[in-house]
Design a protein around this ligand. Structure first.
Ligand code: FEO
Length: 399
């Protein structure tokens, strides 16, 4: 790869990480990119850096446009190390006149790098700088993805450099959204939103309202990961509005694990009950589905049903993993319930209900516990649990 001009005298100079497979518990099974951008002008400006050890790729790309030592300013839109990993070395190399960051960015830089003599300059929402022919306006975007995050908007180019927001973990040689299949791109965006930004949905709603109020004219969004949105940025903005407002499908997801297949059989009966109410579902074993793929279905579905047998007075370790992960991502506005088989003590349903309560889920039934192997009549109870949740899902759409 070499640098790619995305707007006149604005270049992508990032790096492609084909092989990364984990981002803090999120399965990045198609890799990712660390996007950095460069304006070549009277003042040469670099926006973010890359994760180590990808600096050689970034330097190669910058060198294809200019000598890195000629960079005058660095803008730190986000301090997380996948974007600032090479910042200290870059500052040593190019000795910039200024390093711009948000107020929280300064604190994050100080606590990560303990810098001495860095020419930090704090910018706030509404502040702007000039490269000569271009204006760079800053907008703080707290919690998208960290407190320090900010956007850089270039009105002359209708270009929004959006840091983590609107990105995807997808390693490609294509750089633009219109060069790849749209459904696949949106799937990656959805997984990224579900697993990174769901906890910050209220912040996302506020930010989208702020961007609309400011009337920013945007025809390209350049995120720090994945493909650049060219010509169709409205698609991803609309998707973010949908996801961050907890808009779900009239469907349900059943997440479970099983020891001797009783809980698994219960899951299937519950699914049949949902279907009898016209509610389609996904039945996902926590043993074979990755937590981050399960989270995508949680984002999509209105109904959320958890199942586990009781193991050592608790739940199966796989369910503890998935439920802890999903709870931390703070999905909201779900309806659901819990179920599980047990041998002698039967606490799993109580624990699963606790996870649903923490997610502020509307629990439509107290929870269904069945001793060892379900009887024919007990399968009917499972079916009825599915019916109850199905009715609650439908009620949410019929209100
Ligand atoms: Fe891509 Fe929050 O870092």
């Amino acid at each position: 790869m070499s640098a790619e001009e995305i707007k006149k005298n604005v270049y992508w100079v990032g790096a492609i990480d084909w092989n990364v497979r984990d981002f803090h518990g999120y399965s990045t099974n198609k890799g990712t990119t660390y996007n950095a951008y460069l304006i070549k002008d009277e003042k040469n400006i670099l926006f973010d850096t890359v994760k180590g050890p990808f600096e050689h790729e970034m330097l190669h790309n910058i060198n294809s446009v200019m000598n890195p030592k000629d960079i005058d300013y660095i803008v730190v839109n986000h301090v997380e190390l996948d974007h600032s990993g090479y910042l200290p070395e870059m500052i040593k190399l190019c000795q910039p006149e200024k390093v711009f960051c948000s107020p929280m960015g300064k604190k994050a830089i100080e606590s990560h790098f303990h810098p001495e003599g860095w020419p930090l300059e704090v910018v706030k929402s509404g502040d702007s700088i000039s490269s000569g022919s271009k204006t760079i306006q800053f907008l703080e975007t707290k919690m998208l993805h960290w407190p320090d995050s900010m956007f850089s908007y270039i009105p002359e180019d209708k270009l929004l450099i959006s840091s983590d927001a609107f990105g995807q973990h997808w390693a490609t040689t294509e750089r633009f959204s219109d060069q790849v299949p749209a459904p696949e791109l949106m799937d990656h965006c959805e997984k990224y939103y579900a697993n990174i930004l769901t906890p910050f949905s209220p912040n996302t709603q506020k930010l989208l309202a702020k961007v609309a109020e400011m009337g920013l004219d945007i025809d390209m969004i350049a995120p720090d990961h994945g493909l650049i949105w060219r010509d169709n940025p409205g698609d991803i903005i609309a998707a973010y509005d949908r996801w961050s407002s907890y808009t779900a499908d009239r469907t349900a997801v059943i997440i479970y694990d099983s020891m001797w297949h009783s809980t698994e059989k219960m899951a299937k009966s519950i699914s049949n009950g949902l279907l009898s109410e016209g509610v389609q579902s996904r039945v996902m074993s926590a043993k074979v589905n990755h937590r981050s793929d399960i989270m995508v279905e949680v984002l999509r579905a209105k109904g959320l049903i958890l199942g586990s047998p009781t193991l050592n007075n608790g739940v199966m370790p796989t369910m503890a993993d998935v439920c802890t992960y999903v709870k931390g991502l703070r999905p909201r506005k779900k309806v659901g319930g819990c179920f599980g088989s047990f041998g002698w003590s039967g606490e799993s349903v109580k624990h699963l209900n606790g996870f649903l309560e923490a997610m502020q889920c509307e629990i439509v039934e107290p929870g269904l516990k069945i001793k060892n192997v379900p009887t024919h009549d007990q399968f009917k109870e499972c079916f009825e649990l599915g019916v109850s949740v199905g009715k609650a899902v439908n009620a949410a759409f019929d209100d």
